[in-house]
Design a protein around this ligand. Structure first.
Ligand SMILES: *Cc1c(COP(=O)(O)O)cnc(C)c1O
Length: 230
């Protein structure tokens, strides 16, 4: 495994190539470095290599890392499953939450967000593959949830997020990502929303996501190495 700096450079090169090949502007797609299961030192090394935005899935692990990295003005994004009894620290220690998938969670995040902080940026997670075990709101329920989220004062609705089933099938993967884009575009038009974010694409499928309009890819193992099997 090459070091974190070399891996980050390789990921950025992959993103740049995908931007070029798909008529996207250079640097248009953002990179969220997913540091879950990796320690604070790994995050610090990525920071030193120029990475500023990091994603975490497990609350306690994230809070521990934040404490060790308090000297760095990192922008932290929460991307993991949300339990309603743990929304307060999520509401107040992160700049973004990508995994809002029900109204109760959104309401709690809005109520609990510190009044001295700017509104919390949120994405609604959509279950585009229709797998029963996956989190995310069903596509048919997206418009209603978006309408409710936009009414919450301490949240800023930024867009949609998905985690499609892993597949080597380009057409299948691109179809999932295209579905998320269409949901975003239709909701923007029909509800007069201004969602600017499509959080989609990971280490193995970022090129397909960028081809379908991703604005933020969430990349872990291609930067930090393989995680121990869950
Ligand atoms: C772990 C994780 C990622 C990163 O996955 P890789 O395959 O390691 O790039 C992206 N998004 C979410 C929601 C994750 O939990």
């Amino acid at each position: 495994m090459p070091g974190i700096e070399a891996s980050l450079r390789a990921v950025r090169a992959r993103m740049g190539a995908a931007e070029r090949e798909n008529g996207r502007a250079a640097g248009e797609v953002g990179l969220l470095a997913v540091s879950k299961t990796f320690d604070a030192l790994a995050v610090r090394q990525a920071w030193e290599a120029g990475q500023r935005v990091f994603g975490e899935s497990y609350l306690q692990e994230a809070l521990d890392k934040m404490a060790q990295l308090a000297d760095l003005p990192i922008e932290w994004h929460f991307i993991g499953p949300l339990q309603s009894n743990k929304t307060r620290p999520v509401a107040n220690h992160f700049a973004w939450v990508h995994s809002v998938d029900r109204l109760k969670i959104a309401q709690r995040l809005s109520e609990q967000r510190d009044i001295h902080l700017p509104p919390l940026n949120v994405c609604v997670q959509v279950n585009v593959s229709g797998e029963a075990s996956k989190s995310g709101v069903a596509p048919a329920e997206v418009p209603a949830l978006l309408a409710a989220v936009t009414a919450l004062p301490r949240l800023r609705l930024r867009g949609l997020m998905c985690i499609p089933e892993p597949t080597g099938d380009a057409a299948l993967a691109r179809g999932r990502f295209a579905q998320l884009r269409q949901l975003r575009d239709r909701a923007n038009e029909a509800e007069g929303l201004a969602m600017d974010t499509l959080s989609m694409g990971m280490s193995d499928d970022m090129e397909w996501a960028i081809a379908e309009g991703a604005t933020l890819v969430r990349v872990g193992s291609a930067i930090f190495g393989d995680r121990p099997a869950a």
